[in-house]
Design a protein around this ligand. Sequence first.
Ligand SMILES: Nc1nc2c(ncn2[C@@H]2O[C@H](COP(=O)(O)OP(=O)(O)OP(=O)(O)O)[C@@H](O)[C@H]2O)c(=O)[nH]1
Ligand SMILES: [Mg+2]
Length: 218
Amino acid sequence: MSKTIRIEKRILEKNDVVAARLRQRFADIVVVNIMSSPGAGKTTLLEETVKRLSGKTTIGVIEGDIATDYDAQRVESAGAGWVVQINTGGVCHLDAGMVEQALDSMPEKLGLLVIENVGNLVCPSGFDLGDDYKVVLASVTEGLDKPKKYPGMYRKSHAMVLNKIDLSPHVNVSPAAFVKEALDVNPALTVFQTSATAGTGLDEWCGWLSALKKPANA
Ligand SMILES: Nc1nc2c(ncn2[C@@H]2O[C@H](COP(=O)(O)OP(=O)(O)OP(=O)(O)O)[C@@H](O)[C@H]2O)c(=O)[nH]1
Ligand SMILES: [Mg+2]
């Protein structure tokens, strides 16, 4: 057994302890963790989501990026009720400790907390952030093979948003075929097909998001 594997196990066990603490802290708020490869459209989807839902509920957003506060600025301008940017300084995922530190200024009354994870199709799904729902955001431009090449994130997610469907004819990827590949990996996925820039599918996505309830076992 290699040393590396033992270290990884310890890191994940430590993460789980903090995630359990976060889950207590999040007892009254639904927390959604959005994960994707870089540039799939997480922030664009969040901007549009905040614009559509901010009259009905107060959305808090935790942004995870290696560097810059660009994404925090974008969702704040879109009208998010509370935004904090985490810079991981090179780490390719958020962990529970980073999220815990970011909560210092979190207001009591938020209707929904969304975490935008660092753009990466592998590591983010391995770290419990005390979240209730994980969403994998895919885009047609990534190619049809991605769900089966990166199955971990698809297996762990409750929903898949397939974004950039407006580009489907240009990249020769059929949204229906992509959905089939994803459902082969995880048949329980709730699926949305969106163009965050054109507005397609956003009503369905926002309807699902705003109807989410705290899971019974949370
Ligand atoms: N054509 C098209 N472009 C999109 C769509 N959604 C996002 N984009 C564009 O894709 C680019 C990346 O979008 P972002 O929202 O920044 O992606 P992201 O996943 O937040 O990126 P990272 O945070 O860096 O991982 C931007 O130029 C968006 O305008 C879409 O549905 N269709
Ligand atoms: Mg982003």
